[in-house]
Ligand binder design. Structure first.
Ligand code: PLZ
Length: 458
């Protein structure tokens, strides 16, 4: 789509405080970023790394501005967090207003309405037409931890199952739930027990139908764990860190059917895929999957830390009073921001925007795929799109992962004012998860840089 074809809805989009275009005025990173980086090296743990060490001073819409005045088109949105756009004005105002009223009381001491409202919105917008309840926490990993706790309490069972290529967090339990050991878990053991890793559906690499992939997953669970000991199966409907794998048709529903039959709680980790990212509130909806429990985080509060476990009322109510909580969980400012996010999704038709972004991105990537045989597969839904890169000439055969090309493209793009993120079990996936404020013009500009990047690989 060209600028002249922008539909009326986007033509009346808000005027941004920061020009929505990239601009590179120094080396990347620039001198001021270099200075900050030297300060940081003295006081910030070496265990905390930064993919692109340009220090950000301002962020607005789809643009990050660094301390040297460089403007980057942001295709990462802080890993899918600023889904409504950076410093989205409705969110900013709601949080600012809330800061004046109440910053903290602790909901488990003296409650407040904003927490209740977020739980109402989650009950309304998560899949499944039944009574639902929520607990609010601070981070994705904490939501996963609580989802498991709640499922164990409800079922009285011990075991937790996850899928290959999954990512669930950095706490002790969630490290044990991740597929990839390095860098997340290396040297940090011992890990939580009773976690089982079942084969997943990865159509590009396993070639299995949904039914066959589900049969393989279920056979593993029955053989290695046994349904009667299994509390929950935790699944990302579209895997995030693993590389945006979209499971084959029917896969998730067959697993849900098996879980229901055997009294296993099936939990959707929608932390990366949820909150309008894929063109639906939750990615599970694309598959007609209605999970027992849904985990939200990242995009839910426009950039403020908030996460939620939302599930069938009987599951959520199995916990004893006082069993769930935490000092900062459901902080009023984060809740006010989350309410504004839900309102912005409706007001700005963000589900449609995610679809628009998805079609512009995939059309552009299809054009690149015709010219660069490193692109093994383009996959994803809505504004959650990725390309998996393979070694030249292996796309139709062995599909040898090409992490070097991903690193080179990410580095090339950064030098030209575009922030792309990598992903994938082998680091060979380039993922696009921009804020939904990104215009088609900016996407096309980012794709031009990507094209030049591919050309530069030689
Ligand atoms: N579940 C599906 O994507 C977070 C990790 C960033 P937290 N993914 C980004 C990093 O390097 O730490 C994630 C996810 C899914 C759980 C989590 C964990 O969410 O908010 O990072 O704890």
């Amino acid at each position: 789509m060209t600028d002249t074809q922008i539909p009326a809805e986007t033509a009346t989009a808000p005027v941004y405080a920061v020009p929505q275009e990239r601009q590179v005025v120094t080396a990347i990173p620039g001198p001021k970023s270099e200075q900050l980086h030297a300060r940081r090296a003295k006081v910030v743990s070496a265990g905390v790394s930064s993919a692109l060490p340009v220090y950000i001073e301002r962020a607005n819409g789809a643009i990050l501005v660094d301390v040297d005045g460089n403007r980057f088109i942001d295709f990462g949105a802080g890993i899918g967090v600023t889904t409504v756009g950076h410093t989205e004005q409705h969110v900013v105002q709601a949080a600012a207003d809330q800061l004046q009223d109440v910053i903290h009381t602790l909901f488990t001491i003296t409650p407040y309405e904003e927490y209740v409202r977020v739980a109402e919105l989650l009950a309304e917008h998560t899949p499944g037409n039944w009574e639902k309840k929520s607990v609010l926490v601070n981070s994705g990993a904490e939501a996963v931890e609580n989802g498991v706790k709640i499922a164990r309490k409800f079922t009285g069972r011990r075991a937790v199952a996850v899928l290959d290529h999954a990512y669930h967090g950095r706490t002790n339990l969630t490290m044990a739930m991740n597929y990839k050991a390095h860098p997340y878990a290396t040297g940090y053991g011992p890990f939580a027990g009773d976690v089982y890793h079942a084969p997943s559906s990865y159509p590009y690499r396993d070639g299995l139908s949904g039914a066959d992939a589900a049969a393989r997953t279920i056979a593993y669970l029955e053989k290695v764990v046994g349904a009667s000991d299994l509390a929950c199966l935790v699944v990302e409907p579209i895997q995030g860190e693993g590389g945006f794998m979209v499971p084959a048709d029917g896969y998730l529903n067959i697993l849900q059917g098996w879980c229901t039959e055997h009294g296993v709680v099936m939990i959707a980790d929608e932390i990366q895929s949820g909150m309008a990212r894929t063109g639906r509130y939750f990615a599970s909806e694309h598959f007609g999957w209605e999970p027992d429990v849904v985990l939200s985080a990242k995009g839910i509060a426009g950039g403020l830390p908030l996460a939620a476990v939302t599930g069938r009322a009987e599951i959520m109510d199995a916990s004893q009073p006082g069993g769930l909580g935490g000092t900062f969980g459901g902080n009023p400012v984060a809740c006010a921001a989350a309410i504004a996010v839900f309102e912005s999704i409706e007001r700005d038709h963000l589900l449609g925007e995610a679809e628009r972004i998805g079609s512009t991105l995939t059309a552009g990537l299809e054009r690149l795929k015709q010219r660069y045989d490193l692109i093994g597969e383009i996959r994803g839904t809505g504004a959650m799109v990725a390309i998996e890169l393979v070694q030249p000439g292996t796309g139709d055969t062995t599909k040898v992962p090409n992490a070097e090309a991903v690193s080179a493209l990410v580095a090339y793009a950064a030098q030209h004012g575009v922030l792309f993120l990598s992903a994938g079990t082998w680091g060979n996936v380039l993922r696009f998860l921009p804020g939904l404020a990104v215009s088609d013009a900016l996407i096309e500009d980012g794709l031009r840089v990507l094209d030049d990047g591919f050309a530069s690989l030689g």
